[in-house]
Write a protein that binds this ligand. Structure first.
Ligand code: FAD
Length: 310
């Protein structure tokens, strides 16, 4: 069997790579290997040669991940510069590399009068947005998705249509180890200045209601209602995660360096020196409290990956 460090690559393969500095929450142990492919061909050849028993985890910018303190076994794949392209296509369509930041895609699209404004305030990259069916203020990635290109775990390039994605609220069902390499989105036509104003408004709304300067992963739990906040004044709060967390008295609750934000109770933050275990255990405490007070089982929106510290 070929050894992982004998596979010919053009990108970089780093053994035992600490992950905390790559993650929004600044926690987590090392990846056994971190692979940053040069381009899609490099990634496909690497995956084809990689022994099947080695697990593969694609990541974006880790804005929705708690990486556990014991680190990640196998290969973590991070798409860098070779996957950042943003191409404007006919018919209000945009093809973005999976490593392109959502905000960059929204801004580039706006210059061409394509409205993908909802992506402006989501801090992830497009691959992560597709995988998570990211969305805010009533619009989801699924609403603008046309197709995606991906590399399967055994190194084959495939095209994914809407039916392959199985979009649901904050989730999809693409096979484990499959890496999305680019996504084609179709926005609505709009006037660039109007789209800019919409994005500025969304940024302003975030600043006022969410702890955007703290280290977080956005919403910790999915809304039990099964959809995200619309951002409208007539929004109903009964089945919002933040509301049931408030009702359970957990706004501001702490465990070690982890805290449920005082500003937005469904945002869990690293208030200073938190471990992944602090964050995950605080989340479990919140779930228990909410179940005891409201009979609701909150579902994690933040993905937890890797192994706890032994
Ligand atoms: C301040 C803040 C606000 C946020 N607000 C929102 C919001 O309004 N709406 C919302 O939906 N989310 C929000 N989030 C959460 C997060 O930004 C989104 O889930 C985002 O889409 C994750 O993208 P990422 O690139 O960081 O993915 P990561 O966190 O790195 O990964 C998330 C998942 O996607 C998978 N993945 C990543 N890239 C690929 C790829 N190329 N191929 C296959 N799988 C891949 C990973 O394996 C993992 O399962 C917020 C986060 C923060 C910190």
């Amino acid at each position: 069997m070929v050894r992982i460090d004998e596979i010919e690559i053009r990108g970089t393969l780093t053994p035992d790579r600490p992950m905390a500095d790559l993650s929004w929450l600044r926690v987590g142990g090392p990846a056994q290997y971190l692979f940053q492919p040069a381009d899609a061909d490099d990634l496909a050849a690497f995956l084809a040669a990689l022994p099947h028993n080695i697990p593969v985890l694609p990541i974006g910018v880790c804005s929705n991940l708690i990486i556990r303190d014991g680190g990640i076994r196998g290969v973590v794949i991070r798409l860098g510069r070779g996957f950042n392209g943003i191409e404007l296509l006919e018919g209000n369509r945009v093809r973005a590399g999976a490593g392109a930041l959502d905000a960059h895609v929204a801004r580039r699209a706006a210059t061409a009068g394509i409205d993908l404004a909802f992506l402006r305030t989501i801090p992830g990259a497009i691959g992560g947005a597709a995988k998570m069916n990211a969305g805010c203020y009533g619009t989801y990635l699924a609403d603008v998705f046309e197709s995606a290109t991906a590399i399967t775990r055994d190194g084959h390039r495939v095209t994914l249509g809407r039916d392959d994605m199985h979009f649901e609220y904050r989730s999809t069902q693409i096979p484990e180890g499959m890496v999305i390499t680019d996504v084609t989105l179709c926005g609505t036509a709009g006037d660039p200045a109007g789209i800019e104003a919409k994005m500025a408004d969304a940024l302003d709304k975030r600043e006022k209601t969410q702890p955007t300067k703290d280290r977080s992963c956005g919403s910790t739990f999915r809304n039990p209602a099964g959809f995200s906040s619309t951002g409208r004044d007539d929004d109903v709060h009964d089945l919002k995660a933040w509301k049931v967390i408030d009702d359970a008295g957990m706004r501001g609750a702490t465990l070690g360096g982890a805290q449920m934000s005082e500003m937005h109770s469904n945002f869990m933050i690293n208030a200073g020196g938190a471990t992944a275990a602090d964050l995950e255990n605080l989340g479990e405490m919140v779930r228990k409290k909410v179940f005891n007070t409201a009979g609701i089982t909150l579902q994690w929106e933040i993905m937890r990956v890797g192994e706890p510290l032994k």
